[in-house]
Design a binder for this molecule. Sequence first.
Ligand SMILES: Nc1ncnc2c1ncn2[C@@H]1O[C@H](COP(=O)(O)OP(=O)(O)OP(=O)(O)O)[C@@H](O)[C@H]1O
Length: 230
Amino acid sequence: MPSIHCHDLSKSYRGATSLQNASLTLTPGSVTGLLGANGAGKSTLIKCILGLIQPDSGSIEGTDGASVGYLPELANLPASATAWQTTQVALKLCNNHADYTPSVLLDLVCLDAKHWHKPLRHCSKGMRQRVALAYAIAGKPQWLILDEPMSGLDAMGRKQFLDILLDLNRQGTGILVCSHIVPDLVRLCDRILLINHGRIIDKVDIILHSMDEAEALESRLMQTANQSYE
Ligand SMILES: Nc1ncnc2c1ncn2[C@@H]1O[C@H](COP(=O)(O)OP(=O)(O)OP(=O)(O)O)[C@@H](O)[C@H]1O
């Protein structure tokens, strides 16, 4: 599986710059985090990589033929459908991947079987987010791209969601995730890119040997992120 290379991506909306000369490489099996303030350009970068929007300039290599799952910030799954029905539809759209059935997928995202046949409108935000993740991985993608997947989840929900992502990564899925939650990114990622006003201003490799190191790195990231908000 090839790496994904983004070279000098720029995008403006009606003269206002959203992304400026952003370059990055995603290596297979890696977990990359995007951290930045509201409006920094994280979603714009993700949408360019997904091909949902075209950059004004720059190029992207490695996405042709790659299988990519996407969990958008607002997944908007039909409220009257159940988790089971939703995954059934997702599997159909992916020509029923041989490894997966609704129950395998729902087990993978750790949704308790007692919730499988409830309409999503009766499920908590955390449960709906797991169903959205099951939808995104139904085709067993090589890459999983997630926009603020833990936002709105409580501490336990965030931990469980992170554990699922770490499991998917251990099975070989490369991940690109944006989030405002620094501790989650530190726990999940091999590398975090800081984005400010559309520019990637820092790239931090996460190599943790102790809790002290994790805390020191977290406060460094917080500081840089806070400076970039100013
Ligand atoms: N379709 C659009 N039309 C006009 N402006 C847009 C559009 N999409 C994004 N923008 C602008 O581009 C800038 C970057 O937005 P983007 O959504 O990429 O930021 P973000 O870092 O993902 O923010 P958030 O954390 O709030 O989701 C913002 O100023 C935003 O208003």
